[in-house]
Every structure is written in C-alpha cells, then in structure tokens.
Design a binder for this molecule. Structure first.
Ligand code: THU
Length: 136
C-alpha cells in the first residue's frame, strides 16, 4: 500500500512555522513537529511548558493530539525541529507515541546528519501491544 508523496521541504517548513509558536519560557528550547497523515493531511505541534515542569507537553504530543482530534489516521512522515530549525531527536516517550501513531514504517527526519529514518531505527525493539493493528 503506498501513501501520499512526502514533500520533506514543505513538512520541515511547517515544523519550523509551528516551532515559532512554542511556549517555552522556562527552558527557552523551542520545538516544532509536523506530520504527514496517510490521507494527505498535515498535523503540527509545538512544546508547551508549565511552571510545574513535569507536566510540560512535548511538540510531538501536541502533534499526535491534533492527529486524533482532526480525524485520526496514521502518520507516514514526521519532521521535528529545534529553535534553529535543525533536526531535533524525539525524547523516549515521544518515540513511543510516534510508534503507535505511525507504526514501524513511518519515516522520521529528526537526527542531525541523518536523512529520514524509519521508526524501526528510531525505536528498535519497541513495545507494541498489537504489532499488526494499532487503534486509529
Ligand atoms: N521537547 C519536545 O518538545 N520534544 C522532545 O521530544 C524533547 C523535548 C521539549 C520539552 C521542553 O519544553 C524542551 O523541549 C526542553 O526539554
């Protein structure tokens, strides 16, 4: 099954655009994430910090929330950028989120010096309740 064509330049530009809306007054570290959905939609998210630091929302959390809020589907390609627009590796929790939202074949551009990598590279040996059928 083939998904939509990935325009990486456009996806990266949308990640940079949403990064500028990050709310990161505590760390000063802005992050933006943009994901292409299998139906052609693009969903985005930025990090949102809180004075109770532990409840900070990563950019990828916002993006996955928008995925479900706007109709579900599967992520086929994701870009994550830092405040300079450079690739920003997802934290461990977000790798797990991306795994369930995109599955093993989802491509992720978030690693300095690397092109897009499949989720099997991003999160080897992933925890997966049902490898064949993750819920929409
Ligand atoms: N951050 C993300 O948005 N995504 C990640 O995958 C890693 C970390 C944010 C959380 C926090 O607001 C800032 O980066 C510094 O940790």
């Amino acid at each position: 099954m083939s998904g939509p064509e990935v325009d990486w330049d456009s996806l990266r530009a949308q990640a940079v655009e949403v990064m500028r809306r990050a709310h990161a007054p505590y760390s000063g570290f802005r992050v933006g994430a943009a994901g292409l959905v299998d139906d052609g939609r693009v969903v985005v998210g930025c990090n949102v910090e809180n004075g109770a630091y532990g409840v900070t929302l990563c950019a990828e959390c916002g993006m996955v929330s928008q995925l479900h809020a706007s109709g579900g589907g599967r992520l086929v390609a994701v870009c994550v950028v830092d405040g300079d627009g450079a690739p920003c590796p997802p934290c461990g929790r977000c790798r797990q989120l991306l795994w369930e939202a995109g599955g093993p074949g989802c491509l992720v551009e978030a690693f300095p010096g690397q092109g897009p990598q499949p989720m099997t590279w991003v999160l080897p040996g992933a925890f997966d309740l049902d490898p064949g059928e993750t819920p929409a």
